[in-house]
Design a binder for this molecule. Structure first.
Ligand code: HEC
Ligand code: HEC
Ligand code: HEC
Ligand code: HEC
Length: 391
């Protein structure tokens, strides 16, 4: 059908197209992409424990997980990934809808002290917009900040905001502790989850900012940010400084170059121990390993299709991965998109590029959303592959 603009057919076509788009609303996208395996939110229940990346890790660290004490303490010594993730409670009063959609499509590292970032998911722009709509009402015009920025800058120092927050690019240096006792565990959590205030002007609803600064729990009951003693005028001054302080350009991050192959022999047990078993297997598992769920990188999850990639055993890694589009099995040792680097090495290097703000559109960075594998370990994997993968 050819639809000429301005005709009744065009109007009908638009109605039909928007009906097709609204078939999947934000709430069902949130469920399909399994956002609540990492994020708590008031509008959706937590998934069962065996699906909760955050919830299970929290329970292991607090000792509430039902397992023998020696096993628990062994795990506690190893667990650093996804032990704190910001909840999505009260997002509607905090975030701009337009920022949410952009961020979901192209996540940046918001929290300098948090090892994980929001993973790059397989979202279409319209999915990101529906999710943003689910998380926040339409944007309103930004009010002009009313406070006095110079006073705000001083209050930032005297109130100890810098004990938790970085404000990169701004003229702020402060390591004064908050003027009240904060329990050490709560402080550590606050530091891990405090955003770099550089991004606040893009993402926070300006009409709410001063109130947030004075009384964050009234927006988000579970926030680790304490209410510090200040007047409404101080809060307005702080908001004005955070919104208007000149910011130096972020230093250009460079993508590190891979290291050359090693001269010595590398066998499977070494790469298994240093890389695959340590990190990768937690998402690319033997289906028997974790309650029958082979992890998002094997049996699918977070909106990704099942790629059938098991990094828990030598046989698993040797039998390769399913192509995203055709479903056909392919080797992860064969050259990836650049025509020379093995796909599995390219994926680990792509994570370094993502962290430097240069995501590779042809390969997803691995480990997904987690800190990059050190170049020295990637070098071992590359050497092992070049030697024909000795066992
Ligand atoms: C594997 C875990 C994981 C999954 C799955 C995940 N996220 Fe995240 N997300 C994170 C982490 C970690 C951060 C914090 C990143 C940072 O601060 O740099 C984050 C940050 C965010 C933020 C910013 C929140 C804030 O307070 O700054 C939003 C919004 C968000 N995620 C939405 C989503 C949505 C929507 C989905 C599903 C489509 C989703 N996330 C799936 C781990 C996850
Ligand atoms: C039922 C509990 C449970 C669930 C659910 C769970 N994990 Fe874990 N995870 C653990 C335990 C226990 C360890 C430590 C085990 C070890 O090191 O051998 C661990 C370790 C890890 C590690 C390696 C150690 C580290 O901290 O870097 C990663 C990565 C990881 N998990 C990611 C995930 C992701 C991603 C999810 C969700 C898809 C998830 N886990 C779900 C229990 C769980
Ligand atoms: C104990 C640590 C801690 C202290 C001290 C602290 N904050 Fe926070 N702040 C946080 C955390 C954590 C968040 C993220 C909120 C959440 O997701 O629950 C936050 C969020 C914010 C935000 C929203 C930023 C954004 O982009 O979303 C602003 C603005 C802010 N804090 C300003 C301040 C100011 C100003 C002070 C000092 C008066 C201060 N904070 C003191 C931990 C802290
Ligand atoms: C937090 C979960 C998670 C962790 C940890 C993880 N992966 Fe993945 N991996 C996935 C998911 C999900 C996919 C599917 C992505 C897709 O289809 O675009 C995937 C896909 C891949 C791919 C194919 C990439 C592509 O663009 O086709 C490779 C190669 C890979 N993973 C290797 C690894 C290696 C090596 C590690 C450890 C260093 C690792 N993964 C750790 C979740 C994870």
């Amino acid at each position: 059908m050819i639809v000429r603009p301005g005709t009744a057919a065009a109007a009908l076509f638009l109605v039909m197209a928007s009906a097709a788009n609204s078939a999947e609303d934000g709430a069902s996208l949130f469920a399909r992409f399994e956002c609540n395996r990492c994020h708590r939110i008031e509008r959706a229940p937590d998934p069962p424990l065996e699906k909760q990346c955050l919830g299970c890790h929290e329970r292991i660290l607090s000792g509430a997980f039902n397992a023998p004490a020696d096993l628990l303490s062994h795990w506690q010594g190893r667990l650093t990934s996804l032990t704190a993730v910001p909840s999505l409670i009260g997002t509607s009063k905090r975030f701009k809808r337009s920022w949410l959609a952009d961020y979901l499509m192209d996540p940046v590292d918001l929290r300098p002290a948090l090892p994980a970032t929001m993973p790059r998911l397989r979202l279409k722009r319209e999915d990101a917009e529906r999710l943003a709509e689910f998380l926040a009402p339409a944007d309103t015009p930004d009010p002009v900040p009313a406070g006095n920025p110079a006073n705000g800058r001083k209050r930032f120092e005297t109130l100890g905001c810098g004990a938790c927050h970085r404000f990169s690019g701004a003229d702020a240096s402060s390591s004064v502790p908050p003027p009240m006792a904060v329990d050490p565990a709560a402080l550590a959590r606050g530091i891990a989850l405090a955003p770099d205030l550089r991004y606040t002007r893009e993402r926070f609803r300006r009409e709410s900012l001063a109130l947030w600064i004075r009384d964050p729990a009234s927006f988000k009951a579970d926030t680790p940010m304490p209410a510090l003693p200040m007047s409404p005028i101080d809060a307005a001054d702080l908001a004005a400084w955070i919104l208007t302080s000149p910011l130096a350009q972020a230093p250009a991050a460079t993508v590190p170059k891979p290291l050359p192959l090693l001269e010595r022999e590398i066998r499977w047990p070494e790469v298994e121990e240093r890389v695959f078993k340590k990190i990768c297997r937690h998402c690319h598992a033997d289906a028997a390993f974790a309650f029958g769920d082979g992890g998002p990188g094997n049996t699918g999850g977070f909106g990704f299709p099942a790629r059938g990639f098991n990094l828990a055993t030598y046989q698993g890694i040797s039998s390769g991965i399913r192509d995203r589009d055709t479903g056909r099995r392919m080797s992860v040792f064969a050259p990836g998109p650049d025509g020379t680097t093995p796909l599995i090495v390219a994926a680990m290097l792509a994570r370094h590029a993502e962290i430097a703000g240069r995501p590779d559109s042809a390969v997803r960075g691995m480990p997904l959303g987690l800190p990059p594998i050190p170049l020295e370990e990637i070098q071992k994997v590359a050497t092992w592959i070049s030697l024909g993968r000795p066992r």
